[in-house]
Design a protein around this ligand. Structure first.
Ligand SMILES: Nc1ncnc2c1ncn2[C@@H]1O[C@H](COP(=O)(O)OP(=O)(O)O)[C@@H](O)[C@H]1O
Ligand SMILES: O=COP(=O)(O)O
Length: 558
């Protein structure tokens, strides 16, 4: 059976003018800054005014099991559930992250949902959108330039060029930039040193934009960014380099959340785009709080599986922003469960009940993990065209055996109509008490916090700290940075730090090789495995399928 592509469906959308979408949320034309007819930013003064209101909506988080590289449908389910709730008369908004151009041009494709559950205009959203990620990149690279310029201009801060832990960024998957040498060409060009590039969404500036609540908070956080150490081991910050103000100025528009709509005209706040394997993987606090103040129900998502995005949503975003989710949707797919049951990537479309049954252990662990945070949950079986009835029934039956709510979600194929059963289950859950609690106390030691996440959420038997990680901990304690939440940098395809361990690995050990401080974001990043901060393009990049005609119509973007 042939299906319309995402972009074909999106280009047929009957969009309302963004003023009408804003009006659905009680926002007037004075509250928004138009970016054409279908995109807008919310003014900061509107944000401040709304934050003074008592009202707050019910908050639903969409997470998933450990995904295949293509993703299992969190964004799609978030959009579809938002559409379904509106279809049954609930005033609902969604809050998503904005796509990075790297995956768009690489393997993943867009992050605007899929099928009949997409945000639109998807070409704009997936390409430059309102320029936020470009602004984040240039603010980040201003700081990089300031570091090398400081060394060139006399190095008053006694900065040790071998202790710069701040790479440059670009919003593209470009493995050739992972390790570079800068400052070549003689002293006129500065002092040669090894450097490298990360993908922009891995920048701490992105995390800061997603956690800040206004310009002054943004500027203060930017100033706290630790970018290097002096020869006598003192932390050197963006404020020491005197560029925090300029960085904040470059972000004056990026800090404002974006408003667009879904295919069924559900309001969608899209703002910030950190990945969940190398950063905290959640859209901005400001966008989420705007949605909570203007709608009655808010559906938001966190990246990759519940061991990454959801864990960080609970332990970092909710902790900092004083949020308490009322329900969680755990997206599961037959294809990902078969992968966890041992099926190879190119056989995922064939029915395999024994592999599916084996792979269900991954879903079971994620169910247990979400339950540790005290929030009611429902499993959404995201139906793919290749799924068979026996496969879908097997997943449903296991959930029922576990005493867990479960609903078949057909939002990709049917839009909101395909999510009504899921929406009804979510509404039932929301009536139950939610006893949300974080997993650890920030006052615990760094080792204890990391061990808690690895053993409780991943199922690890033990955590090993490499020599460098132990050195990092000593420095972090000396600098007073040890009482912060932890942002684990780990592979998304396994509960463990080993991509090869599928299903529900047991008895494994997690090794933390390095720990960086994101002092502006307010968390520590614990690096495991060989997590890439600069992905590479695949053999056949998605970019090869993208084109534009003489009328500006884009094709091949998915
Ligand atoms: N039920 C489905 N059937 C077919 N394709 C789907 C379905 N759900 C999602 N997709 C596609 O899979 C990819 C990943 O979906 P997405 O919602 O972005 O996942 P995630 O947010 O978990 O990464 C997208 O290309 C999307 O169009
Ligand atoms: O950070 C990763 O996000 P997705 O799960 O949406 O790819």
């Amino acid at each position: 059976m042939s299906y319309k592509s995402d972009i074909e469906i999106a280009q047929e959308a009957k969009m309302l003018h963004i003023k009408e979408i804003a009006a659905k949320l009680g926002l007037s034309e004075e509250d928004i800054e138009l970016y054409g007819d279908y995109k807008a930013k919310i003014k900061l003064e509107t944000y401040q005014r709304l934050m003074e209101q008592e009202k707050t909506a019910k908050l639903i988080l969409t997470t998933a099991i450990n995904p295949t590289p293509a993703g299992e449908g969190k964004s799609t389910t978030t959009v579809g559930l938002g559409q379904a709730l509106n279809k049954i008369g609930k005033n609902t908004a969604i809050a998503l992250r904005e796509p990075s151009l790297g995956p768009c041009m690489g393997i993943k494709g867009g992050a605007a949902g899929g099928g009949y559950a997409q945000v639109v205009p998807m070409e704009d959203i997936n390409l430059h959108f309102t320029g936020d990620i470009h602004a984040i990149g240039i603010a980040h690279n201003l700081l990089s330039a300031a570091i090398d310029n400081h060394i060139k201009q006399g190095n008053e801060l006694n900065l040790d060029p071998t202790k710069i832990n701040f790479k440059r960024v670009v919003d593209m998957n470009d493995r050739a930039l992972r390790e570079v040498v800068v400052g070549l060409g003689g002293t006129v060009n500065g002092q040669p040193r090894q450097d490298g590039y990360m993908i922009t969404v891995a920048s701490e500036v992105m995390a800061i934009l997603c956690l800040a609540e206004g310009i002054l908070d943004l500027k203060e956080r930017l100033g706290k960014m630790v970018v290097a150490y002096s020869y006598d081991g003192e932390a050197i910050t963006a404020k020491d380099l005197k560029v925090a103000g300029a960085m904040a100025a470059l972000l004056k528009d990026a800090i404002k959340p974006n408003l667009v709509q879904t295919l069924e005209n559900t309001p969608a706040f899209i703002h910030g785009g950190p990945f969940a394997n190398i950063a905290h993987g959640c859209n901005s606090v400001m966008a989420t709080k705007l949605a909570l103040k203007t709608a009655d129900y808010v559906v938001t998502e966190a990246g990759f599986g519940a061991d990454l995005g959801a864990e960080k949503f609970f332990n970092i975003k909710c902790r900092f922003a004083d949020l308490a989710p009322d329900a969680v949707v755990v997206v599961a797919t037959a294809r990902a469960l078969k992968l966890h049951g041992g099926v190879s990537k190119d056989e995922l479309n064939e029915e395999n009940l024994s592999a599916l049954a084996a792979g269900l252990e991954n879903l079971e662990k994620h169910i247990e993990n979400v339950q540790k945070f005290g929030v009611p949950l429902v499993v959404a079986i995201n139906e793919f065209p290749t799924d068979t009835e026996p496969e879908l029934s097997l997943i449903k039956e296991r959930c029922e055996e576990l005493g867990v709510e479960v609903a078949l979600s057909q939002v990709w194929a049917k839009g909101g109509e395909g999510g009504i059963k899921l929406a009804e289950k979510v509404l039932e859950l929301i009536e139950q008490p939610s006893d949300f609690k974080v997993l650890y106390d920030v006052e615990d030691s760094i080792e204890e916090k990391i061990a808690k996440i690895a053993t409780e959420i991943y199922g690890a038997a033990k955590v090993n700290f490499a020599a460098q990680a132990k050195k990092d901990i000593k420095q972090l304690v000396k600098d007073g940075f040890d009482k912060m939440p932890i942002c684990m940098a780990k592979t998304p395809v396994s509960l463990s730090d080993n991509p090869a361990l599928k299903g529900r690995p047991m008895g494994f050990e997690v090794t933390v090789r390095k720990i960086n401080v994101s002092a502006g974001a307010g968390f520590l990043v614990a690096l495991t495995g060989n997590v890439m901060t600069m992905p590479g393009l695949p053999k056949r990049p998605a970019a090869e399928n993208i084109d534009i005609d003489e009328n500006g119509k884009i094709t091949g973007l998915f």
